[in-house]
Design a protein around this ligand. Sequence first.
Ligand code: ACO
Ligand code: KIV
Length: 512
Amino acid sequence: MTRIKIFDTTLRDGEQSPGVNLNKSEKLEIAKQLEKLGVDVIEAGFPAASVGDFEAVKLIADTIKDSTVTALARCVKSDIDRAWSALKDTKNPRIHVFLATSPIHMEHKLKMNEDEVIETSVECVAYAKEKFKEIEWSAEDATRSDLDFLVRIITKVIDAGATVINLPDTVGFTTPEEYGAMFKYISENVPNIEKVELSTHCHNDLGLAVANTLAGIENGATQIEVSMNGIGERAGNAALEEVAVLLHIRKDFYPYHTRAVLKEIKRTSDLVSNLSGMQVQRNKAVIGQNAHSHESGIHQDGVLKNRETYEIITPELVGVTDANTIFIGKHSGSHAFKEKIAEFNMSLSDEESKAAFKAFKKITDVKKDVTDDDIYAILMEIKSESEMVERYRLNDFQINYDEDGVCTAQIEMVFPNGTVRTSKGSAFGSVEALFKTFVSMIPYTVNVIDYSMRSVGKGKDSLAEAHLKVNIENQQITGRSTNQDVLKASLDSYINAVNRFMIHEKQKAGAY
Ligand SMILES: CC(=O)SCCNC(=O)CCNC(=O)[C@H](O)C(C)(C)COP(=O)(O)OP(=O)(O)OC[C@H]1O[C@@H](n2cnc3c(N)ncnc32)[C@H](O)[C@@H]1OP(=O)(O)O
Ligand SMILES: CC(C)C(=O)C(=O)O
């Protein structure tokens, strides 16, 4: 098994993500976590960029003990001096210098010809060598560079003292086959190549950063430049967690391993996401919220029978402790739903389970996120409908508004013992009138703690969903109801809360 070194560039290229700006204590916190994650090299920043970045790199260099700390510098003496001042006190100081080698960069950006680029690179590596033992030199935009020019310049920078040669796909332009072929060509044609380590640095503009990194590894690279959550310039860099987990999961096929402590992945990902403000997309490989969650009935049934039917990465492997493995939603089936019911510790007959599943499926057609609360409400409803439970049922209601703005509600209810009663009550608002009238008909003291209404679905077919939190006889109970009519949803949520209270009471008394 060949060991692949992880060079993490979250704090340098990652911080180049538009909108990301980390202060020195945030950078240090991330660096410490990267050390726990077992990365071999931490690229802490670009000391010549600003005083703040200089101080952050210095703080990290002075603190981190297990990982090599490096920093980026242009082929400019003052950049190299600045990097040395920041890094000199760390255990293994490494400088990372770069110069572009592609025709477009040389002509338009650097305004240099090939010979000038070679001369500048050799001079800067030789200058850096006076201070640093470890020197990484990058051929910026290597994947759009002429291969024979790369062979020439790499041979010379190695002679000048470079210890690592990085071939970046700066603009995310290459493909796995082409990137792999470049590493092979360089390995076979640079005469002094065995003196250095080869490194990948892939951007994700075409979504190929991880695949290209793997191709580099297969063709001789032993260092990979990656970032946590794949953050970085434009579409980002190859994601550290994806490459590390890929090499672990497919060790049956790829004879490579890293030193990464995989169970630290989630913690690192969360920290980077929180401090950078770059949220991780739900379906992100390895650490996205959906990456360990199964929603469809057939998958859930398979996973419940044997996780490995649909799961190649366990949440535990990458330190995810709160995975919602079985996500109950529109595509779930009865097996998964039964599992969910079991979590509520409520015994339901087969008939009740079937009715609950039917009611649940109905809700999923109008509601995107079916929460545990929704399922609990369904179960309570089913329970209260079963013969054992008496409950309040709404027969009819009306609202009248008089000229002074006073609303009068008239409600007709079927009581738990089967009797039908009607009552009237007034208030300044229609919802208040309904609540006041209903509460006057029941034998409990009820205080409304919270009442909210939201629209479910879009457009004219959307439904009103009322949520109510009440205190009944010193117990906090929630009620919920969905209806096309806002007032009916509101009144039903109140009735639902009272019925749930009665079920709680019966449960406490051991009735079921
Ligand atoms: C592919 C990458 O990710 S490379 C790293 C990119 N990261 C960054 O640029 C972040 C930090 N950068 C900065 O803070 C600033 O760009 C600084 C401080 C480095 C330089 O700022 P300025 O001196 O104002 O220059 P500016 O950024 O506008 O232009 C870059 C200059 O460096 C030159 N340059 C670019 N790359 C290199 C290099 N590797 N070696 C030497 N010179 C270079 C450019 O040709 C340009 O030179 P010019 O002024 O003679 O035209
Ligand atoms: C400085 C180099 C390594 C870089 O970030 C790139 O080419 O993308």
